[in-house]
Unconditional design. Structure first.
Length: 379
């Protein structure tokens, strides 16, 4: 039996308004650490009377911003929030209190906050005081927006995204190490926009030697006000001091080198140029221990780590199942010979392959962007 028209219409309207709340939340993506991104819209008689997003830690939460804009029009209205309203006293008062005092009639929630301080308590508080709560509206995109926050608060580890730009035959560079440019301008711009939202960008020492990247966020060619921590993983510290990465070290665009080397002269030389150096334990094969690296970055409050290469580093994260998302840009090019995007141990049987789950597929200019998560195929 099909659902009544009014129920279908309510569901459609709920998704439409929640999509608007998501747009609000994304306005501050990457700027709210250590808090999550949250967007809110308040609707009365089909009209939006208040909008808000959480702009920064310590500032008013999205619910409060939207309620202030709505004023008396909030009484009897519907509130759409991408994340469950908080019910605890932190740097700001609980949002449930503000919602109840404003006289909101219904609250639509995108996803539950898995932060142990919240985790269903906000919804319970509202329902206990007679507010109708409908949760799970656009749950997946709402949860995806705060995946790094959820990972950090539950595991105290950064959310790891591997970003790969490869040809149609899976190469990230030619056999002569030429990697400029694999993908088109649209894909590269999207990467710059992502850099402005993540907490840290990571490359291996070979990428610094071969590609000489700057790793700054420059959407539309303009240097972003907020820059990620630029991290180089180098077991040997055999890094060219002339690299562009080391020529633009500032307090707002810091560089961190993580190594297992005990070469004190190389360490002090880097530090003299303003580069931070952390020395971690090595694995039996001499490489830096990746779990130790993630713990090191977590201690620096890195919630979202964006790994940009190269093949050995990609392979290590894949082999050790230490990534949360693989963002694969495929360019309409074929190289034949060249460097494959991940250096992993060969598998002799297809049943032994490392499986991925396709989460998203879109066209970016002439390139294809595929987003995978770790997982087993279901068919």
């Amino acid at each position: 039996m099909s659902a009544p028209v009014d129920e279908r219409e309510m569901a459609s309207n709920a998704e439409r308004f929640m999509a608007m709340a998501l747009e609000e939340a994304r306005r501050a993506e990457g700027q709210t650490k250590p808090n999550p991104c949250v967007g809110v819209v308040i609707v009365r008689d089909g009209e939006i009377v208040g909008r808000g997003f959480h702009a920064r830690a310590g500032g008013p939460h999205a619910e409060v911003v939207a309620l202030r804009e709505a004023g008396e029009r909030a009484r009897g209205a519907d509130l759409y929030s991408t994340l469950e309203p908080c019910d605890h006293q932190g740097r700001t008062p609980p949002c449930t209190r503000a919602i109840l005092e404003a006289g909101i009639a219904r609250v639509f929630v995108g996803c539950t906050d898995i932060n142990p301080k919240v985790c269903g308590r906000g919804i319970e508080r509202l329902r206990a005081h007679g507010v109708e709560v409908i949760d799970g509206v656009l749950k997946e995109p709402c949860a995806r927006l705060n995946a790094p926050f959820f990972k950090f608060v539950t595991e105290r580890r950064p959310f790891v995204t591997l970003k790969v730009a490869a040809t149609a035959d899976g190469k990230i560079a030619s056999r002569t190490s030429d990697a400029r440019w694999v993908t088109g301008e649209s894909s590269r711009q999207l990467v710059h926009e992502t850099r402005a939202r993540v907490d840290a960008v990571l490359v291996g020492g070979n990428t610094v030697r071969c590609d000489d990247p700057e790793l700054t966020a420059r959407p539309n060619g303009v240097r972003a006000a907020r820059q990620p921590l630029r991290v180089v993983l180098s077991a040997s510290l055999d890094l060219p001091l002339s690299a562009r990465l080391f020529s633009a070290v500032t307090p707002t665009a810091p560089v961190l080198v993580v190594t297992s080397s005990s070469d004190l002269m190389a360490i002090e030389t880097l530090r003299a140029r303003g580069v931070e150096v952390d020395v971690l334990k090595s694995r039996p094969d001499g490489r830096v221990d990746l779990p130790a690296l993630l713990d090191c970055l977590a201690a620096r409050q890195v919630m979202h780590l964006y790994v940009e290469g190269g093949a050995a580093l990609f392979g290590a994260f894949v082999e050790e199942a230490l990534f949360d998302r693989l963002e694969l840009f495929i360019a309409p090019k074929v190289l034949g010979e060249g460097l494959s995007w991940a250096t992993v141990a060969p598998r002799d049987a297809m049943s032994a392959a490392i499986d991925l789950h396709l989460e998203q597929l879109e066209r970016v200019g002439q390139d294809a962007r595929l987003v995978f998560t770790p997982g087993r195929r279901t068919s």
